[in-house]
Design a protein around this ligand. Structure first.
Ligand code: BES
Ligand code: ZN
Length: 393
């Protein structure tokens, strides 16, 4: 009897050893490589900081990881192996884990709100997104220094007010900037918790080099599509009377096209006031279906753990939609403003970088380029609804 138990223990522990989890840290820009070469289930991205990402991997994959780091990134080994999760986290954060408090650093990425999310996802309407894109792209431009850029933001503020008029916990305001005319628009749904979830996109547009104040810049994809997607997330949540526990903020940033100016001021202001943003999603260009992948998570200036979480949300809630990773290569949108202040940010994008919409920043950036429909953007609205509800815990 005793020897049978011993044999069983030996058997179980050797089976355990073949599936051993190990913790490694790698440069964040190599996460896309890991994603490309390994079965998505054989590793998970857990946390990143300062360009270093912590991964949980199966021990049996370590050799392969080493090989691909050598081949694609010309790094020998290419990762640091840690004895325990605790040790890996110490390498990643050092003492700075205290800056934001433990809660916000390790946002709770559980996925278990299906009963709430599924009906919301089903009520996303393409025609609503299409309508908002057409409205926003009907302004001559939404340039940060033009009167049209102020008019379009006034329309957006009033539209978000209408969508939330039945809610006493909702407030829609301008965030005014001192150095240019165009304000940002911020909708706040105030929950009991001080923790904040941000979903934003830039509301301005640009075209040409001279006389931009009077240029024709419809910016239908860049970025009426993102603002229209956010507007649909708001509409769906408000129609169902979703009441958040956390504070949810939707933002239409001014002056992105001239150097992320609006979002930089906002993110700096939040950091200065110690606002605890536990997650920020940037929606910039959501309606041009240019790649084999539907949704592409940008790996640079973003948080790898949150990116992986959003990927899982897509798998769970946005049926039949594919996703993967790519990078912008530079601080290409407002996610970089949040990331720069130390907040976890993500940028789910409409295509791979190499298949991008070539009409942006011209008078030809119209809905026609997307076959006059908003089908692609509906996938992002569904993902956004899931993001808000699953982080609201
Ligand atoms: N929507 C673009 C960013 C973008 C373009 C991402 C193409 C991926 C593919 C954004 O509005 C933009 O134009 N950003 C500027 C940089 C910014 C710092 C002025 C850009 O890409 O040149
Ligand atoms: Zn742009």
């Amino acid at each position: 009897m005793q020897s049978l138990t011993l044999a069983l223990i030996l058997l179980l522990s050797s089976a355990g050893a073949t599936a051993k989890d190990r913790w490694i840290t790698i440069d964040s820009d190599a996460v896309g490589t890991a994603n490309k070469h390994l079965n998505a289930k054989s590793f998970s991205v857990d946390e990143s900081r300062n360009g270093i990402t912590l991964l949980k991997v199966n021990e049996s994959n370590l050799e392969e990881i080493s090989h691909m780091m050598h081949e694609e990134h010309h790094r020998c080994g290419g990762y640091v192996l840690h004895e325990s999760l605790a040790e890996a986290r110490t390498e990643l954060y050092g003492d700075s884990a205290k800056i934001f408090g433990s809660k916000s650093l390790f946002a709770d990425y559980a996925i278990d709100q299906g009963d709430v999310i599924r009906p919301l996802v089903d009520s996303v309407e393409e025609s609503k997104i299409r309508g908002t894109i057409l409205k926003l792209s009907s302004f001559k431009n939404r340039y940060y220094k033009s009167k049209y850029g102020v008019q379009s933001q006034t329309w957006l503020r009033d539209h978000w007010k209408e969508l939330t008029s039945h809610r006493s916990d909702a407030k829609v305001e301008f965030f005014k900037h001192t150095r240019w005319a165009q304000p940002s628009v911020v909708l706040t749904l105030k929950g009991e918790s001080e923790e904040v979830v941000v979903v934003g996109g830039h509301a301005d547009s640009i075209a040409g080099w001279f006389g931009r104040e009077n240029a024709t810049a419809p910016g239908a994809d860049d970025n009426a599509s993102g603002i229209a997607t956010i507007t649909e997330i708001i509409r769906v949540l408000m129609k169902s009377n979703f009441v958040p526990k956390k504070t949810i903020k939707f933002m239409g940033y001014a002056a992105e096209e001239v150097g992320l100016l609006g979002s930089k001021e906002i993110a700096k202001d939040f950091k200065r006031r110690g606002v605890d943003v536990i997650g920020a999603m940037q929606l910039d260009m959501t309606n041009y279906n240019g790649s084999d992948l539907d949704i592409v998570m940008m790996t640079d200036y973003t948080n790898a753990a949150q990116n992986a979480f959003i990927g899982k949300l897509i798998d769970e809630y946005v049926a039949g939609v594919s996703w993967g990773y790519d990078k912008c290569g530079y601080a290409c949108s407002d996610h970089a403003s949040w990331n720069g202040e130390g907040y976890p940010a993500s940028m789910p994008f409409e295509s791979r970088k190499g298949n991008m919409n070539r009409k942006i920043h011209t008078s030809g950036d119209t809905l026609k380029v997307s076959s006059d429909n908003a089908d692609h953007a509906t996938k992002f609205a569904k993902m956004g609804v899931a993001f808000v509800v699953e982080l609201d815990r």
